[in-house]
Write a protein that binds this ligand. Structure first.
Ligand code: SF4
Length: 290
């Protein structure tokens, strides 16, 4: 198994075999993201990717129950690659339960309904999509490349194909200026996308990114801890998916909480209120990560 550069995966894929079928992100423009800035997007030669599957099968075989296909938006791969990868995984890992990848709304919308259904049939079961915000003004400022309506359409397509979604929002993405709109619209988008898994991360301004330059010029101001918690409260109070597992346990967050939405809404909102009242210890900055 060969990996090019730093590899990222969702926390819930910690026990997955990471198969790097693409290098970098085909978009690579989001203003806050530095994950793949050192990489030029490329599709790895299919023969190399299939050789990695064979190596992993020889080494781990039936221990592999999950495969996460990297890097940043692997759904961008064409169908020739996807078919071969998914068939290779299915034939090589006898205990395989699911294959997942990161996806942008545009990747989903670039595939036809039939193609998505075929991918699902072949085993691609879960897509991680990070709209980060439901507020179109914020989406434009962070250069996400898609609108809230695009994300709703992408979610509907993925659901129609039988795929599950894990949707990620980014507290602080609207800055102080659009904090309230960002939180409210994100709750609306979470409701409309109706994912199975929902998570909130907190924006960290990484040196060298466009958002860091905007911050240095006074064009972007990150909400403070209380402002971020108020966004989380607004989000939890407003988001109404059918039944989603919610987590804010990512290392970037000040307040790790978990529950189901809408079932545990009141308890989670109360937890945020307690934190805002100073009754709960928050994760200190030195323990937070990206
Ligand atoms: S789509 Fe994801 S990986 Fe690509 S630049 Fe945006 S945040 Fe980074």
């Amino acid at each position: 198994m060969r990996y090019v550069g730093r590899i990222y995966r969702p926390p819930s894929e910690a026990d997955a075999y990471i198969l790097q079928a693409t290098i970098g992100c085909s978009w690579n423009k989001c203003t806050y993201c530095d994950m793949y800035r050192d990489k030029q997007f490329a599709v790895r030669p299919l023969a190399d990717t299939l050789a990695d599957i064979a190596t992993a099968a020889a080494r781990f075989g039936s221990d592999v129950r999950k495969v996460f296909v990297a890097d940043g938006d692997a759904l961008a791969l064409d169908m020739v690659h996807w078919r071969a990868i998914l068939k290779g995984c299915r034939e090589s890992f006898s205990s395989l339960r699911r294959v997942s990848c990161y996806a942008m709304a545009s990747n989903v919308l670039a595939k036809t309904a039939d193609e998505l259904a075929e991918l699902r049939e072949l085993g691609l079961e879960l897509l991680y999509i990070g709209p980060e915000s439901g507020d179109d003004a914020t989406l434009k400022r962070i250069a996400k490349g898609s609108t809230a309506a695009d994300h709703v359409a992408a979610a509907a397509r993925a659901h129609a194909a039988g795929m599950r979604l894990s949707v990620i929002f980014l507290l602080g993405a609207g800055g102080i200026e659009r904090s309230g709109e960002h939180a409210r619209a994100s709750a609306e988008l979470a409701t409309a996308m109706d994912p199975r898994f929902l998570s909130a991360l907190t924006l960290t301004v990484v040196p060298g990114t466009p958002i860091a330059r905007a911050e240095a010029k006074g064009l972007f101001r990150l909400p403070d801890v209380a402002g971020t918690l108020r966004e989380l409260r607004t989000f939890l109070a407003g988001a109404a998916p059918t039944d989603a597992v919610f987590r804010s346990n990512h290392a970037s967050n000040h307040l790790p909480i978990a529950g189901r939405l809408p079932r545990d809404r009141d308890a989670m909102v109360a937890a945020v209120d307690a934190a805002l009242a100073g009754e709960v210890a928050l994760r200190p900055d030195w323990l937070r990560g990206l």
